[in-house]
Write a protein that binds this ligand. Structure first.
Ligand code: P53
Length: 472
């Protein structure tokens, strides 16, 4: 790999920090999501209720353990570390006039600790952790007030950390809400709690639009504050294949791709693709877009495309859908050619290379793999975790990533697998869906010693980094 390639690992604040009320922190949407399980959705409460389990309240206590944890990351050879800034540590309600100094100070220390080991911090501004107040008071990204709140939060972060943090991303997996029939991505991406009679898809388009504007304004600000800053989008790349070579299946896959990735078109190219207006007109949707918005989108195109890659999807043409509308809940079918994880996620390393080529040729931006990993049950035996399944997953994906760089000539800045250390799962709230290269002795109810154990994958990844990707 190129000699300055950034190997590292990724987490998000709400999934690791815990300490949900420490240092003046406000309540975020993650703080009112109860524990769920495989196939059991996380209940979202109005406010935390005594006796219920909210795993993000404790995370893995990274708020207090970050010094020892970052030391372990350094031992693996990390060149970079991706995390997010918990918005509610900086603006507890999201709409205060002044930021919370204690929250800012925490990230001063965290980033300084990274730097001490030569680890470059890579920071996401909004990773599924909006201040709950912005949801209740303004309806999340339905409101331009929330755009202003995000831009202000971004400005405070850029001004405070620009000397130490050079790589930023605005909204994590902004396109998860393409699955608008599922209330979780709607809340996690955009702070939307839908009314029963509301058209979820129309609301999604409006909220996503305001996030594009917020993101574009943040990009512009970053460049004014410090021209050396690089600000990226963050796209959940799950390429969508046709189930067969039947022309209508192929067409359906094309429609699905353009739908799931128009988010990337807007953020990378600075404008909407032409089909969107036609689609809205046909559906009778009204999305409020001003001339000033369009100008902001154009001027605030991202510097690079950060993306996650876990799996691919497959679609099939159905007779009752002659216009090829994509609805992730009904259009997706199983792919008979790939295996699945214990949580049913399809395992497809080639899809990573495919997705990288698709994005590079469409958006003409450098790429950064900011998540890739394998959620699995791990077992501790004699103080060790033999996670060969995780090593296999990561090895196969790194091999495809290297082909995309070496053989296809794609500009890729780095690779940060999800996750350096076990974390709380975003979709299920489980601890036992483990992604880490470092094991954390803690169960789904937050019980355990919290002790860190290096898994076999820790040593494997250390050798990959030391050989700059030669020794897989
Ligand atoms: P969990 C859905 C599909 C793909 C990635 O996911 C997703 C989601 C939302 O859960 O999320 C990303 O923990 C996300 C991380 C998350 C990770 O992938 O649900 O950016 O916060 O933990 C893995 O198994």
């Amino acid at each position: 790999m190129p000699k300055d390639f950034m190997w590292g690992g990724a987490v998000a604040a709400h999934q690791v920090e815990g300490a949900w009320q420490a240092g003046g922190k406000g309540v975020s949407i993650a703080d009112v999501m109860r524990a769920g399980a495989k196939g059991v959705a996380r209940v979202v409460d109005d406010a935390p209720i005594d006796g219920k389990i909210y795993p993000n309240h404790w995370g893995i206590d990274f708020y207090h353990t970050y010094k020892e944890d970052i030391k372990l990351f350094a031992e693996m050879g990390f060149k970079c570390f991706r995390t997010s800034i918990a918005w509610t540590r900086i603006f507890p309600n999201g709409d205060e006039a002044l930021p919370n100094e204690e929250g800012l100070k925490y990230y001063d220390d965290l980033f300084a600790t990274c730097k001490q080991y030569g680890i470059e911090p890579i920071v996401t501004l909004s990773h599924f952790e909006l201040p709950l107040h912005l949801v209740k008071e303004y309806g999340g990204f339905r409101s331009r007030k929330v755009v202003d709140a995000f831009v202000k939060f971004s400005q405070v972060c850029f001004e405070r950390y620009h000397d130490i943090v050079k790589y930023w991303m605005t909204f994590n997996e902004i396109n998860n809400q393409a699955m608008w029939s599922d209330p979780h991505p709607m809340l996690q991406n955009s702070g939307l709690l839908l009314a029963d009679d509301e058209n979820a898809e129309e609301t999604m388009f409006q909220a996503a639009h305001l996030e594009f504007v917020a993101s574009a304004k943040a990009v512009q600000l970053a460049h004014i504050i410090d021209p050396t800053l690089k600000v990226g989008s963050m796209i959940a790349m799950t390429p969508i294949y046709p189930l067969s070579a039947k022309p209508k299946d192929v067409m359906m896959a094309e429609r699905a791709m353009r739908y799931r990735y128009y988010f990337g078109d807007v953020q990378a190219l600075g404008e909407y693709p032409a089909w969107v207006d036609k689609y809205w007109a046909r559906k009778g949707y009204h999305v409020d877009i001003t001339d000033a918005d369009r100008a902001a989108l154009k001027a605030g195109a991202v510097d690079y495309v950060g993306f996650s890659y876990y799996n691919s999807l497959t679609v099939e043409y159905k007779e009752d859908n002659p216009l090829y509308d994509y609805n992730e809940a009904t259009s997706v079918v199983p792919n008979p050619y790939v295996p699945r994880s214990d949580w049913g996620w399809q395992i497809d390393p080639v899809g990573l290379r495919y997705g990288m080529n698709w994005m590079a040729s469409r958006w003409h931006k450098p790429l950064f793999i900011v998540e890739n990993g394998y959620g699995a049950y791990d077992k501790v035996e004699d103080g060790k975790v033999h996670d060969d399944y995780r090593i296999d997953y990561l090895r196969d994906h790194v091999a495809e990533m290297e082909k995309a760089v070496v053989e296809d000539g794609i500009e890729l800045w780095g690779y940060t697998p999800w996750s350096g250390i076990d974390i709380i799962s975003a979709s299920t709230g489980e601890m036992k869906k483990r992604y880490g290269l470092i094991y954390v002795d803690q169960d789904d109810e937050g019980k355990g010693s919290g002790k860190r154990i290096k898994k076999d994958s820790f040593n494997w990844y250390k050798q990959v980094i030391a050989s700059n990707g030669e020794d897989l």
